[in-house]
Design a protein around this ligand. Structure first.
Ligand SMILES: Cc1cc2nc3c(=O)[nH]c(=O)nc-3n(C[C@H](O)[C@H](O)[C@H](O)COP(=O)(O)OP(=O)(O)OC[C@H]3O[C@@H](n4cnc5c(N)ncnc54)[C@H](O)[C@@H]3O)c2cc1C
Length: 448
């Protein structure tokens, strides 16, 4: 193989970072183009000067089945900065909470009905419906692509309490989309991936979190690798169009009119930014149409610095009966082994935040404090030291009904031009693993 080829990667999010690192590891020359002044894309840390802290743009959790993301973390030397606890907690408005185990035999009661008010009959029904859910995820009924996850739950008879305590929350967490919109097929596909991985690895898929901010996890190690391998990173380099001549990509034209020559190109931008870049591809119209149809789902994250601890039972707690969608509270003291200096940091995430995204920061903060006061007795007297809201209207592409077959393959009709990014076709939903897996596929396709 000719190892002196020069590859250009467009986009410095996880998909672009992983592509650049893996191409460089294989001995190639790489130029990474990033339109902003920083790397990380949708995973990034943000300085909060008011409390002299580094918060994230939104809490990110990982699953044990994130094989490609862990490959990336090994490449950049930060795999040890992720932790998998034994589980999380569910919390109801009256302060009641249950611990939810995700490992070993103790995970079974969680799966079959974690709701504190569920009767033995309801638990049995939940068990039966859960088994059916698993079976139908692996051997899917033909119409799953046409129905919402909510409809699927109704059809298999998932009891309301089991949905409230686990399944609605899990489905929203997996695909960042509300169950009344989410494609049942998307949820089923991810469940099937989890079940297969669980059977292969002989353990249930667990949920974990970084023990550091997202920059330390994803960027610092990548920068070291780039220096080691001589990867050129260009900031504020806005790619305008991939140059295609005689059926081959020969470079990338930037917005300032200059061209970066290339023997191969990986375009790793989100679906919201693909327009124009691939105009030279014969199939560009279909690609752009798919990107548009996938659409977006909003996430609102609130970093609340309180003057006292909330009395959480676990690092990750799901708030049941919140703002209509299910919110999550992440205790940074537990996650980062943080020693608070007058301010305890709690990160609240609302996925599928279609209503919240239109509210002002003040409204969101008031709502979230009220939510905490309802669910945590210790919050009643808590004062807010500082609050930091991050609204992301295009947090991920949407997994609504009708979107499951829209995600494009990494390969294009031009052999040395491939695409990557969480929205391209992988066996995960809109996740960091999808971004990393798309990079692995894109690099493999380019190497061929
Ligand atoms: C608040 C929030 C919470 C989330 N929580 C989780 C979670 O818990 N677990 C999980 O697995 N996933 C989560 N995700 C999803 C995850 O962050 C994304 O799926 C992943 O980061 C996407 O990476 P990417 O490389 O595909 O895209 P991006 O991160 O968007 O990277 C694309 C990059 O391309 C650059 N770019 C765009 N256009 C151009 C151009 N023309 N020229 C040059 N550069 C360009 C952009 O600036 C950006 O840096 C969450 C996302 C958000 C927003």
């Amino acid at each position: 193989m000719d190892n002196t080829r020069r590859f250009v990667v467009v986009g410095g999010g996880l998909a672009g970072l992983a592509s650049a690192v893996w191409l460089a590891e294989a001995g190639h020359r790489v130029t990474l183009l990033e339109r902003r002044a920083r790397l990380g894309g949708r995973t990034q840390a943000m300085r909060v000067p008011e409390v002299d802290d580094l918060a994230d743009n939104g809490q990110h959790v990982l699953a044990t089945g994130y094989d490609n993301l862990f490959r990336y973390l090994r490449s950049v030397g930060t795999e040890h900065l992720v932790e998998f606890p034994h589980g999380g907690a569910l919390r109801w408005p009256d302060g009641r909470s249950v611990l939810m185990h995700t490992k070993g035999i103790r995970a079974l009661p969680t799966l079959f009905g974690a709701h504190p008010d569920a009767s033995p009959i309801e638990r049995l029904r939940a068990l039966r419906a859960t088994l059916r859910l698993g079976r139908e995820a692996l051997f899917q009924p033909a119409d799953l692509a046409d129905i919402t996850t909510e409809r699927w739950f109704q059809r298999i008879g998932m009891p309301a309490k089991a949905r409230e305590a686990l399944w609605d929350w899990l489905a929203l967490g997996i695909a960042a989309e509300r169950v009344d919109r989410e494609s049942a097929k998307v949820f089923a596909d991810v469940l099937a991936t989890g079940i297969r991985k669980g059977i292969k690895g002989r353990h249930a898929v667990g949920i974990g979190y970084p023990t550091v901010d997202l920059d330390t996890l994803f960027i610092t190690g990548a920068e070291r690798a780039f220096e080691r391998y001589g990867v050129e990173v260009r900031f504020r380099a806005v790619a305008d169009r991939v140059v295609i001549e005689n059926g081959r990509a020969t470079g990338v034209r930037l917005a300032d009119g200059s061209v970066v020559d290339a023997d191969g190109v990986i375009v790793a931008v989100p679906n919201s930014r693909i327009h124009g870049l691939l105009d030279g591809l014969p199939e560009h119209a279909e690609l752009y149409a798919a990107a548009d149809k996938l659409g977006y789902t909003p996430i609102v994250s609130t970093n609340l610095y309180l003057d006292r601890p909330l009395g959480t039972k676990a690092a990750m707690e799901a708030i049941i009966g919140g703002t209509g969608v299910i919110d999550e509270v992440f205790d940074r003291q537990r996650m980062h082994r943080r020693v608070p200096d007058g301010a305890w940091l709690y990160c609240l995430t609302t996925s599928g935040a279609y209503e919240q995204i239109h509210k002002s920061n003040e409204e969101i903060i008031t709502e979230q404090i009220a939510l905490l006061r309802k669910h945590y007795p210790a919050a009643a007297a808590a004062e807010v030291v500082h609050a930091h809201v991050v609204k992301m209207p295009r947090a991920t592409f949407s997994q609504a009904v009708g979107t499951d077959n829209l995600r494009p393959d990494q390969r294009t009709s031009v052999p040395n031009l491939v695409i990557a990014g969480d929205w391209t076709r992988t066996d995960w939903s809109a996740t960091m693993e999808s971004a990393a897996q798309s990079a692995a596929k894109a690099v493999a396709a380019l190497m061929k």
